[in-house]
Design a protein around this ligand. Structure first.
Ligand SMILES: [Fe+2]
Length: 290
């Protein structure tokens, strides 16, 4: 690859610069994919990428896009989404990792950066896992995370499950095919769903353990049980994880036209609080065909 490549902070991620106003669609798919496999995060800078181009570019690497029903979409397919429109901080999480529709990659693009701050933050789940004490590793290997969704209206679940979910039988067939999912259709036209998964993910390319999950959101923001045996992590474990996140925080310092491709099977992301509501960052979610 002829483009200039630099380290992204102290992470394994890379910044790939456009040379001579190069079009992002002129980049070699094979070489880009090799860089992604080895780095896990690529910040494409200087290509002037729009949200539509983000989607089009992502299609070159993806066999399917995943609807994000938690965000506001800006396209008719509902595949390009405006990130949470607030200005408060978002704590570390891997995208959709509390649902059985976790994408391989989260793509971000920025059209308007915040005047100050507003960086997307990220954490390498492999490094987080390496830093955890043996006791905490054993805790997360021995217990599964459990996410419960009670009384979802059938019509809403239909939309979430996609165009093949026309009947209750279709919905049951799709739910039955998803790992870690149990469900119950209720008499009041609602469905209760439980999703159980490990907090420890085998990274798609390096096959290393990664602490890449939704644990921290539930531990920090709720009083709910997070493990499948009805327990929560102790304050000591929470303190340990917070210290590790504080130590390993990396930043994407947005410029207009930046595109980011992030391995969602390895990395967590979030953001710090900021003060500029003109900031515009968009995402699309996909599974890779490589
Ligand atoms: Fe997110």
């Amino acid at each position: 690859m002829n483009s200039k490549i630099e380290a992204l902070g102290t992470s394994t991620g890379k910044i790939l610069y456009s040379s001579d106003c190069q079009n992002i669609f002129d980049l070699s798919i094979a070489e880009t994919m090799e860089l992604f496999k080895s780095s896990g995060v690529i910040l494409f800078r200087g290509f002037g990428v729009t949200p539509k181009q983000m989607k089009d570019f992502s299609e070159r690497f993806s066999d399917r896009h995943i609807i994000d029903f938690t965000k506001v979409s800006i396209d008719s397919d509902k595949f390009v989404n405006f990130v949470d429109g607030g200005t408060d901080s978002l704590i570390p999480h891997s995208e959709n990792s509390c649902f059985p529709f976790r994408p391989d990659v989260i793509w971000f693009c920025c059209t308007v950066p915040a005047e100050q701050e507003g960086e997307t933050l990220f954490w390498d789940g492999v490094r987080v896992w390496e830093e955890l004490s043996q006791e905490s590793k054993e805790l997360f290997l021995s217990k599964q995370l459990k996410f419960s969704y009670n009384k979802i209206p059938v019509e809403r679940l239909k939309k979430i499950l996609g165009s093949n979910a026309n009947t209750i039988d279709d919905m049951k067939r799709i739910l039955d095919s998803l790992d870690g999912v149990s469900y119950q259709f209720n008499d009041d036209k609602t469905v209760s769903v439980e999703y159980t998964c490990s907090a420890v993910v085998k990274n798609k390319y390096s096959h290393q353990n990664a602490f890449a999950n939704h644990f921290w959101v539930y531990q920090k923001k709720t009083e709910e049980a997070i493990f499948d045996d009805g327990s929560r992590a102790s304050d000591e474990v929470a303190d340990e994880i917070e210290t590790i996140f504080d130590k390993l925080t990396e930043k994407i310092p947005w410029q207009a036209g930046d595109l980011v491709m992030m391995d969602n099977s390895r990395f967590l992301h979030g953001r710090g609080a900021f003060n500029d509501n003109r900031r515009q960052v968009f995402t699309t979610l996909s599974n890779l065909k490589f």
